[in-house]
Ligand binder design. Structure first.
Ligand SMILES: Cc1cc2nc3c(=O)[nH]c(=O)nc-3n(C[C@H](O)[C@H](O)[C@H](O)COP(=O)(O)OP(=O)(O)OC[C@H]3O[C@@H](n4cnc5c(N)ncnc54)[C@H](O)[C@@H]3O)c2cc1C
Length: 373
């Protein structure tokens, strides 16, 4: 019997599998398709991402360095309000490559990684969990037993449903498209034009330019995406979409199961980004959950909230600003834009000494950085 069966080899599942295997646990990591595919993510992350991979991967996965964001209350060509640092704030990365790298680390640490295994049922018993996986269209299935199950199977988690755990507050619908023309410029553009969220343009170096938009699924997300690319005069050759969970459920653990990553809505409410929050929660789980002792799940439930709940709460407050009247947004953006000292994953860093110093000692932006239109 395995100690843990981990469902889903995204960043959260692979990170947890790696850390648990390194701690000497017997880990089975099941992935429904091929690791990393299909793509449904911008891969725009803070530079903290490099703490999770080795030096070789940094050069291979990095597509562009980003120094800041130009916010626009309206569409392309409208006045922009730049927020920037003098060093890179974030990186744009090859997301498919990241998933492959993290899954390989898990396998090298000893996790039993099986692709092409779609988990179709989870039966939680007194002393174990029994998980059944489908091996393809032929109807063939395989059963596995473990002391615990980790649901790392993304925003529409099947494990979450099987364990009867509550749903996230909200699922947004995100759409992406890519223009192949290369662009290694320093700024992403953010347009506060999508209902309750935003649209974006991300320069991805030789990988081209990404356009994207997210909004509640009740909105015409595809139509809004077309209007965005038309306004930029861009032609996108590939399009993909995915769900973005916002607002973690009140409970993410059951008797012998727990959720990590998007399955637990461990995302930034103001960007939808969840790669790093999910991996931080995975590290908490690997350090506190003992598969022989289900009572340790309580330590995970409180531990990941200690790590992320304040940032998520502040992130929700930032997101509320996306729905303010436009004149109010303009005043706020004008007041706050300029050089910043905030960490993009930590809204609480707005109150840090480095950000307050930046706010109150603003000079001209360096050449080529942060000049508004
Ligand atoms: C349009 C869009 C843009 C985004 N941009 C960013 C960004 O720029 N930066 C950022 O940090 N985040 C971004 N995100 C969010 C980010 O993609 C997620 O937060 C992140 O992927 C969560 O990782 P995860 O491991 O929890 O889940 P996932 O990455 O979704 O991984 C879940 C894995 O489980 C597998 N799986 C699902 N069901 C089963 C099953 N039944 N059996 C076996 N395997 C299963 C899936 O195939 C998948 O590999 C974006 C999301 C969207 C939709």
């Amino acid at each position: 019997m395995y100690d843990f069966v981990v469902v889903g080899a995204g960043p959260a599942g692979s990170r947890f599998a790696r850390r648990a295997a390194e701690a000497g646990r017997e880990v089975l990591l099941l992935e429904s398709g091929t690791v990393g595919e299909p793509l449904a993510c911008s891969g725009h992350v803070s530079t903290d991402i490099w703490e999770y991979v080795d030096d070789e991967a940094v050069a291979r996965l990095r597509q562009n360095r980003v120094y800041g964001a130009r916010f626009h209350v309206d569409g392309p060509g409208s006045r922009s309000y730049p927020f920037y640092k003098r060093e890179p704030v974030s990186n744009v990365i090859d997301r498919v490559g990241l998933d492959r790298t993290l899954a390989d680390f898990a396998a090298e640490a000893g996790a039993d990684l099986r692709e092409g295994h779609t988990v179709v049922s989870v039966d939680e018993r007194d002393d174990r969990v029994v998980v059944e996986a489908s091996l393809g269209d032929g109807g063939e299935t395989e059963r596995f037993e473990a002391r615990m199950v980790a649901g790392c199977d993304g925003p529409t988690s099947r494990v979450r449903r099987a364990l009867d755990l509550p749903e996230p507050d909200e699922l947004l619908h995100g759409v992406l498209g890519f223009d192949p023309e290369s662009d290694a410029s320093d700024f992403v553009d953010v347009h506060l034009t999508a209902p309750t969220f935003f649209a974006w343009r991300i320069p991805r170096g030789d990988a081209g330019v990404e356009y994207g938009l997210a909004a509640p699924p009740s909105e015409d997300v595809s139509g809004a995406f077309d209007r965005l690319t038309d306004a930029y005069g861009a032609t996108t050759d590939r399009r993909c979409s995915g769900a973005i969970p916002v607002g973690p459920p009140a409970r993410t653990t059951s008797d012998r199961g727990f959720l990590i990553g998007d399955a637990a809505a461990q995302t930034k409410p103001f960007t939808g980004g969840g790669i790093l929050y999910g991996m931080r929660a995975a590290d908490v789980a690997a350090s506190v959950v003992d598969p022989e002792d289900p009572t340790t799940l309580d330590a995970y439930e409180s531990g990941w909230r200690d790590e992320l709940a304040t940032e998520i709460r502040l992130g929700k407050a930032i997101r509320r600003c996306y729905s303010l009247p436009r004149p109010v947004q303009r005043v706020g953006l004008r007041a706050l834009s300029g050089e910043i000292g905030v960490h993009m994953d930590e809204p609480s860093s707005f109150f840090s000494a480095s950000n307050l110093r930046s706010l109150f000692s603003r000079g001209s932006p360096p050449e080529g950085k942060g000049r508004g239109d």
